[in-house]
Ligand binder design. Structure first.
Ligand code: ZN
Length: 139
């Protein structure tokens, strides 16, 4: 069975569907209507800056995508703490402990991949910007 994700372009508001991405996947591609770039993450379509993404250096693109995604994550986490009082507690075995917030997300609390692998992932993802298969409108 094919699962589809309904998304709405944050730039022009047109709606479409894409194949449901794997959990945690970050998809970057142009809106089929207005051609402006969006990042699809956790079921949300987030607006990207076309100028940066088309003309910026790899570092600028990287930082822009990180900034967009981290702003989204921050909002999601804030909602966890402001809305739900019944959020399931973290395992109470002391593993979590107190964790200092890293400076602007520069370092992740736990790295499952190396920096090199992460850079490779980012570059590979960003290299797919012009691949029409990568962001395909179905509906
Ligand atoms: Zn659009």
């Amino acid at each position: 069975m094919i699962a589809l994700l309904k998304i709405q372009c944050p730039h022009c508001g047109s709606a479409g569907q894409i194949l449901m991405p794997p959990p945690g996947a970050i998809i970057i591609g142009p809106c089929p209507e207005c051609s402006k770039l969006v990042a699809i993450f956790a079921g949300e379509a987030l607006p990207l800056d076309d100028d940066i993404m088309n003309n910026g250096a790899m570092k600028d693109k990287y930082e822009h995508v990180m900034q967009i995604l981290s702003a989204y994550l921050e909002e999601q986490v804030r909602q966890c703490f402001t809305q739900a009082q019944d959020v399931p507690a973290v395992d109470d075995d002391g593993r979590e402990g107190r964790r200092e917030r890293p400076d602007k997300g520069k370092e992740r609390p736990e790295r499952l991949i190396t920096d090199d692998e992460f850079d490779h992932f980012i570059q590979k993802e960003l290299g797919n910007l012009d691949d029409p298969e990568f962001f395909e409108r179905l509906g």
